[in-house]
Design a protein around this ligand. Structure first.
Ligand SMILES: Cc1ncc(COP(=O)(O)O)c(C=O)c1O
Length: 456
C-alpha cells in the first residue's frame, strides 16, 4: 500500500504509461509527455520521495575488475593502432576472435535435430558431458573412472566449478584454509573467500629467474597445516606461464600426500599449453594414479573457444564409489540454490564433439593450431627484442608456456606502454600471447624496448 499522502496513479494511467514504454517512440511522444511520465514515477515511489534520488545514493563506485577493466580502457581508446593484450582470449593472426570449425559443425547438428528440446537439465547437468569431461582430464584408462570413484557435476565454466568446489569444501571438509600460488589468477581469492574458505598463499614464482620458486613452494607447503587444501594450476599457470617439470610435480605430489593435503586442480588450459590434451593433463593424472583424492575444476572456455557459453565441470575423485555417490548428492545441494541447474547449449556442443571420434580428432587439430600459433608468437617476440638489443634476458618469453607471458615489466612501464604505444596489458606486466600477430609484434617489441630503456 502506498502511504496516504502519495497519490496512486489510476490503473488506466499506469496502463497508458506502460503502452508508451513498450511502443517504439513516435513523434507524438513529446518532451512534455516524457516529463509527465517521470514525474508520475517519482511521485509514486515512496522510497525515492523520502531519500531524495535513490535508496542506493550512498553507494561508492566499485573499481573495475583488474583484468576485464583493461578491455574497458582499451575500448575507450580511439587510436587505430591500439593492441589489447589484457584479456585471455584467443585471437587469429588477423586479430579476430575464433569459433572453431568443429564447434560450428556441432552447433549445426544440434540446431538441425528436431528431437532436441530446451527442457531443464538435471541439477548435476548433462550426464554424457560429465562422463566425457572426466575421461578427457583423467584419461580413458583412469582407475578412478573404472572404479566409479569420480563424482562430476556440470558447472558454469571454470569459475563456477571452482565456486561450487569451494563451497562444498567449506561445508564438508575439516580444513577450511586453501593455499593458492603467489601470484595467481586474480579471481581465485574472491571465489574462494566467498565460498567460505580462508585463503593463504604459497610461494610460486621467482622474479629473479622468472621461473618456478620450487624451494619456496615446498617450504610453504611443509609449514602449512596437515590436510590443508592446495590449489594447483594443472598447466599453463596464469599469470606466470611457469609450470613445474614432471620431476618437480613428483616432489610436490609426494610432499602433499605425506601431509594428507587435498589437491584442488584448476584446469583452464588443457591442450592449450603444449597442444596435446594428454600432456597438459599429466600433473593431474599423477595425483590420480597414486589412488588419493582430489578436486578438479575444468573449463572449456579456451580449449574449445566456448568462453561465453560458460561450460565447465567439477569432478571430485573419491576413495570409493560409495563415497562418490554421497559426494554427488551433496554437490546437488550446493548447485540447486545457486543456479538451480546448469545451461544446456554449451555442454551439448562439448558432448557432441567428445563422443564422435572424427569430430574429436578435428578438435585436437584445431586446438594444436591455436597452441602452435601462440608458441610461434613467443619466438617472434623474443627474436624482435633480440634484434633491437633490448637490455635484459628475455629467454623467459620462450620458456614460459600457455596463453600468457609474465614479462617482468613493472606497473610504471605498463602505464608508459599504454600511454605512448596504445598497448594494453594488466598492470602486473602479463601479456596475452594470443593477442599478438605478425602485424603488432614489432609494435610491442618497440614499446618494450622504449619502456625498459627509458624507465629502468
Ligand atoms: C587459471 C584460471 N582459472 C580459471 C579461469 C576461469 O575461466 P572460465 O570461468 O572462463 O572458464 C581462468 C580464466 O582466465 C583462469 O585463467
Amino acid at each position: 500500500m502506498a502511504p496516504s499522502h502519495v497519490q496512486e496513479p489510476s490503473a488506466d494511467r499506469r496502463l497508458s504509461t506502460l503502452v508508451r514504454h513498450l511502443l517504439p517512440s513516435s513523434p507524438r511522444r513529446t518532451a512534455a509527455a516524457a516529463a509527465e511520465d517521470s514525474s508520475a514515477t517519482l511521485e509514486s515511489s515512496p522510497t525515492m520521495a523520502s531519500q531524495g534520488c535513490s535508496v542506493f545514493a550512498g553507494l561508492a563506485q566499485a573499481p573495475e575488475d583488474p583484468i576485464l577493466g583493461v578491455t574497458v580502457a582499451f575500448n575507450k581508446d580511439p587510436s587505430p593502432n591500439k593492441v589489447n593484450l589484457g584479456v585471455g582470449a584467443y585471437r587469429t593472426e588477423e586479430g579476430k576472435p575464433l569459433v572453431l570449425n568443429v564447434v560450428r559443425r556441432a552447433e549445426q547438428m544440434l540446431v538441425n535435430d528436431p528431437t532436441r528440446y530446451k527442457e531443464y537439465l538435471p541439477i548435476t547437468g548433462l550426464a554424457d558431458f560429465n562422463k566425457l569431461s572426466a575421461k578427457l582430464i583423467f584419461g580413458a584408462d583412469s582407475p578412478a573412472i573404472q572404479e566409479n570413484r569420480v563424482a562430476t557435476v556440470q558447472c558454469l565454466s571454470g569459475t563456477g566449478s571452482l565456486r561450487v568446489g569451494g563451497e562444498f569444501l567449506a561445508r564438508h571438509y575439516h580444513e577450511h584454509t586453501i593455499y593458492i600460488p603467489q601470484p595467481t589468477w586474480g579471481n581465485h581469492v574472491k571465489v574462494f573467500t566467498l565460498s567460505g574458505l580462508t585463503v593463504k598463499t604459497y610461494r610460486y614464482y621467482d622474479p629473479a629467474t622468472r621461473g618456478l620458486d620450487l624451494k619456496g613452494f615446498l617450504e610453504d607447503l611443509s609449514s602449512a597445516p596437515t590436510g590443508a587444501i592446495v590449489l594447483l594450476h594443472a598447466c599453463a599457470h596464469n599469470p606466470t606461464g611457469v609450470d613445474p617439470t614432471i620431476e618437480e610435480w613428483e616432489q610436490i605430489r609426494q610432499l602433499m600426500r605425506s601431509k594428507s593435503m587435498l589437491p584442488f586442480f584448476d584446469s583452464a588450459y588443457q591442450g592449450f599449453a603444449s597442444g596435446s590434451l594428454d600432456k597438459d593433463a599429466q600433473s593431474v593424472r599423477m595425483f590420480v594414479a597414486d589412488g588419493g583424492e582430489l578436486l578438479m575444476a575444468q573449463s572449456y572456455a579456451k580449449n574449445m573457444g566456448l568462453y561465453g557459453e560458460r561450460v565447465g565441470a567439477l569432478s571430485i575423485v573419491c576413495g570409493s564409489a560409495d563415497v562418490a555417490g554421497r559426494v554427488e548428492s551433496q554437490l546437488k545441494l550446493v548447485t540447486r540454490p545457486m543456479i538451480s541447474s546448469p545451461p544446456l547449449h554449451g555442454a551439448s556442443i562439448v558432448a557432441t564433439i567428445l563422443k564422435d571420434s572424427e569430430m574429436y580428432h578435428e578438435w585436437t587439430v584445431e586446438l594444436k593450431a591455436m597452441a602452435d600459433r601462440i608458441i610461434s608468437m613467443r619466438q617472434q617476440l623474443f627474436d624482435a627484442l633480440k634484434a633491437r638489443g633490448t637490455p635484459g634476458d628475455w629467454s623467459h618469453i620462450i620458456k614460459q608456456i600457455g596463453m600468457f607471458t609474465f614479462t617482468g615489466l613493472n606497473s610504471e612501464q605498463v602505464a608508459f606502454m599504454r600511454q605512448e604505444y596504445h598497448i594494453y596489458m594488466t598492470s602486473d606486466g602479463r601479456i596475452s600471447m594470443a593477442g599478438l600477430n605478425a602485424k603488432n609484434v614489432n609494435q610491442l617489441a618497440d614499446a618494450i624496448h622504449a619502456a625498459v630503456t627509458q624507465l629502468k
